[in-house]
Ligand binder design. Structure first.
Ligand code: ASP
Ligand code: MG
Length: 269
């Protein structure tokens, strides 16, 4: 049986899943990763602009949609991605099973559209891993602990899902697959002098995301810092062919330091 401690969490955002073909590329990245890490949890966001489109659809029906129903609607975006990824993995001959946020045990407060994670009970994920299946999880969503209703974690919330799950599982680290080479000291699209960080501390990653860098949701860096979970921001394109620790940017210690982690994971509640 694979121990959850040896698991890693991989996260693919909206740009990485913007077309059906992308799911086939992700299946390839996962297949490569399985050769070194058999216990994989994969968190995905909604395809491309799906979340924006669902929100504008809601506003065509109601100028100020009830937030409970808005969450019910927008959480569908990630559900499309998890099922398509499970299909792409099945096609590649890989055993995988998809889960919604509530099936993954992501329990939140009742603040619809901006919910905070109180607790994570990943029983079904552990079961999948112990049956040697890849667990695919819908990012951005959870379930209110009090009401049992579907909640969402705020825009960009899939990053937070990935790190919270890693904390609950005691995973080694989280890998974020992005359409950038890593984290830079300036915007590489507008500045030729921009330099990539190979490594940075939680504090500096938090500072640059709070100052507006869109690379990760600041909340996910806080959860990573509380729980001592290293984060690795990686380029989606190169990762299909190359697998090296020198790619991208590491946040926190590169080596997994599970000994220094809190006895019980710390989330946002
Ligand atoms: N799909 C959601 C959003 O666009 C969550 C995410 O992308 O992380 O905000
Ligand atoms: Mg999105």
């Amino acid at each position: 049986m694979v121990l959850p401690q040896s698991s890693i969490v991989m996260k693919f955002g909206g740009a990485a899943v913007s077309s059906p073909e992308r799911f086939l590329s992700i299946a390839q990245i996962i297949k490569n990763k399985m050769t070194t890490h058999p216990a994989l949890v994969v968190v995905v966001s909604a395809m491309g602009d799906t979340t924006d489109e669902l929100i504008s659809l809601a506003h065509k029906v109601h100028p100020n949609p009830p937030s409970r129903e808005l969450d019910m609607l927008v959480s569908v975006g990630e559900r499309i991605s998890i099922s398509l990824l499970a299909m792409a993995l099945a096609r590649a001959g890989i055993d995988a099973v998809s889960f919604t946020g509530s099936q993954s045990g992501i329990l939140t407060n009742e603040a619809h559209t901006e919910a905070r994670i109180l607790e994570v009970k990943p029983q079904r994920i552990l079961q999948a891993l112990s049956n040697n299946k890849i667990a695919i999880v819908a990012g951005f969503q959870g379930m209110s602990k009090k009401t049992g209703d579907i909640t969402t974690l705020g825009r960009g919330g899939s990053d937070t899902t990935a790190v919270a799950l890693a904390a609950a599982l005691g995973a080694q680290h989280v890998e974020f697959y992005k359409d950038v080479e890593g984290i830079f000291n300036a915007d590489p699209k507008s500045s030729a002098q921009a330099k990539k960080f190979d490594h940075m501390s939680f504090a500096s990653a938090l500072a640059i995301t709070q100052a507006g860098a869109q690379v990760l949701q600041p909340r996910c860096i806080e959860i990573a810092q509380y729980n001592g979970i290293p984060l690795w921001v990686l380029p989606f394109e190169t990762s299909q062919t190359v697998s090296t620790k020198n790619l991208g940017t590491w946040i926190g210690q590169q080596e997994c330091a599970t000994a220094t982690r809190p006895a019980t994971p710390i989330f946002e509640g």
